[in-house]
Design a protein around this ligand. Sequence first.
Ligand SMILES: [Fe+2]
Length: 219
Amino acid sequence: MQRPTPDIVRLFPTFLWQRRLDSASCEPLNRNLLAHADALQRDGRGTRTGSAWQSEHQLHQAPVFAALAAHIDAAMADVLAFVKVAHAPLHLTGCWLNVLDPGAAHAVHTHPNNFLSGVYYVQTQSGADTINFHDPRPQTAIIRPPVTELTAYNTDQVVVPVSDGTLLVFPAWLPHSVSANLSGRARVSVSFNAMFSAYDTTMSSPLWGPMQDPDPVRG
Ligand SMILES: [Fe+2]
C-alpha cells in the first residue's frame, strides 16, 4: 500500500530580497560611487583595517548617495509589504562604502538595533562576487549528520552570488560574512541599515492576546 505524501511545512522561513539594477541605472551610479570611494581614501577619510577600508557611516547624507536612495526605498517598501508591516516609516540609520582589496574578508556579524540591512554591489568580479548568510539558529549545529545533498533544510550557510548592480535587503539580525577576496581587484559595496522611525513611541507596545495569532500559518 502506498503511503500518503506527508505535508512539509516551512515554520520560520527567512527572506532575502534581491534585485539587479539594469545597466543604464547602475553603470553611472557605480562610476560615481567608485570615484567617491577613491576620493575619500585619498583624503584619508574612513577606517582602514589591513586590506579592508570602510567609509564613515553617514554616506546616505551625501549627494552621491541620492541616486541609490530611491532604489533602496523601493526595496524596503517591497520588504515591508512582504512581511505585512505596511505603512510603517523606515529610515536609514547608516550607510557606508566597503572596499575589500585582494585577500580581505569580513567576519560573521549582524547589525543590531535595526530592522533591515542591505548591500548594494558597486564592483565585483570572479573570486569576489559572493556573500555568505549563516543559520541564525545555533541549536542546529548540535547534531550535523553527513548528508547526501545540501538543501535549505540541512545547510548552515548559504552562499549568494552577486554582481555589479545587485541590491540585497535582509533582516538585520541575520548573520552574514564575506569570504576573502580571491580576485586581483578590489570588491566594492555599499552597506546600509534601516530602522522604524519613532519605533519606541509608535510601534513598541507589548504584544498581548490577539496579536499572538493562534491560527496556523501555512508556509
Ligand atoms: Fe553586514
